[in-house]
Design a protein around this ligand. Structure first.
Ligand code: FNR
Length: 384
């Protein structure tokens, strides 16, 4: 039974998914310190309880560029979403739309742009990686524009992929990986029937559309490994800035100096993120990095935060620490893996309910009322 947004979907997804997929989703890089800190530091943020303020009317809507969001939340780009549920990107996009929030499609999604965009009316957001194959980057941007994508999320914290040790142990990579994945699928019949058989093609939709031939999971790992570009700098991003008419948001900012550079570059927003602890292990959690970034650039561009968000309370905490909007990564994929579109809708409802309770008990009637005044700073310092 699903009662808690934070733990129940994860536990159910672990039962449902073949281990190679569960651990690819659940794991982080190296010793997973940053992965753990993201969740723990956020959960550690204490909020001031305020009472007797007539909190009968709440407004959770927020404006974000030209959009109205029903809650200040968007779905993060997650590669291979279509391996977690049948045509998973379409299901997640529909759930986001029915809840009134944006879905962000990853460059390395299973479904191509041309399959997901027509399935919803709300314009989706699109995430692009910096890749050596600039022809692909231009092609996919043109296709995103043609499909009505408004907001571009440009991910900059993956010039090289971080090593995720769990993948080698689980069968995602490593010796006999393909045979191990088949064996795991056979012992997870619900997934094998719904996704393994009926969710095909298991392609990297955006890339195979560009290359004109199918790409499988082994190609995915190989292609990613070969195509990330460590030579990239701000200068290289200028052609994308010129090409893209809509908002351009830089994802993977963790340092105030980089956030200032994003302002100088002319970015419309940043995602304060450590990629969910999947890249540089040992970075501060987003909860720790966010206040200094907000001090440096708040008001000059939009600040989105992700990494470690599991509950509605976490969303409120991120807003109090300085975010304008929050993104969900693993949390929504666990729900998608368990119950598809309905699972994500239910998760978003749970998150909204939890936000409402937090807002009533902190005296915040609107999203703008959620700010640093809500944080119990003195107590936190005294406790250390
Ligand atoms: C990701 N993330 C990611 N980010 C991105 O910009 N493009 C991508 O394709 C992916 N792929 C991806 C796959 C998986 C399995 C995970 C878990 C994450 C990072 C993602 O957008 C987001 O930053 C993190 O998931 C946020 O951390 P939490 O909420 O998962 O803790």
């Amino acid at each position: 039974m699903i009662i808690s947004a934070s733990t129940d979907y994860r536990a159910a997804a672990k039962r449902r998914l073949p281990p190679f997929l569960f651990h690819y989703l659940d794991g982080g890089s190296y010793a997973e310190h940053t992965l753990r800190r993201n969740v723990e530091d956020l959960a550690d943020i204490a909020l001031r309880q305020r009472v007797l303020n007539d909190m009968s009317e709440l407004d959770l809507t927020t404006r974000f560029f030209d959009e109205t969001l029903s809650i200040p939340l968007a779905l993060s780009p997650v590669g291979l979403t279509g391996m977690y549920a049948r045509r998973g990107e379409v299901q997640a996009a529909k759930a986001a739309e029915s809840k009134g929030i944006p879905f962000t499609m990853s460059t390395v999604s299973v479904c191509p742009i041309e399959e997901v965009a027509p399935a919803i009316e709300r314009p989706m957001w699109f995430q692009l990686y910096i890749l050596k194959d600039r022809g692909f980057m231009r092609n996919v941007l043109e296709r995103a524009k043609a499909a009505g994508v408004t907001t571009l999320i440009f991910t900059v914290d993956m010039p090289v992929p971080g090593s995720r040790y769990r993948d080698a142990h689980s069968g995602m990579s490593g010796p006999n990986a393909a045979a191990r994945r088949v064996l795991q699928a056979m012992t997870h019949p619900h997934w094998a029937w719904n996704v393994g058989l009926r969710g095909k093609p298991h392609d990297l939709g955006n890339i195979s559309t560009y290359r004109g031939n199918p790409t499988g999971l082994a190609d995915y790992i190989g292609w990613l490994g070969e195509n990330f570009d460590p030579s990239i700098s701000w200068k290289e991003l200028e052609w994308i800035r010129e090409f893209w008419d809509g908002p351009m948001i830089i994802k993977g900012i963790l340092d105030p100096d980089d956030a200032r550079d994003a302002v100088s570059f002319g970015a419309d927003g940043v995602v304060v993120s450590n990629h969910g602890g999947r890249q540089l292990d040992g970075t501060p959690s987003t909860a720790r990095a966010l206040p200094a970034i907000a001090d440096a650039v708040k008001g000059q561009l939009k600040i989105i935060a992700d990494s470690g968000v599991r509950t509605g309370l976490d969303v409120v905490r991120m807003l109090a620490l300085g975010a304008d909007c929050v993104m969900l990564g693993r949390a929504y994929i666990y729900a998608l893996a368990v119950d598809g579109e309905a699972g994500v809708c239910n998760l978003l409802d749970l998150i909204e309910k939890e936000m409402r309770v937090a807002m009533v008990l902190t005296g915040a009637r609107t999203i703008d009322d959620i700010n640093a005044d809500m944080l119990v700073r003195e107590l936190k310092q005294a406790a250390r």
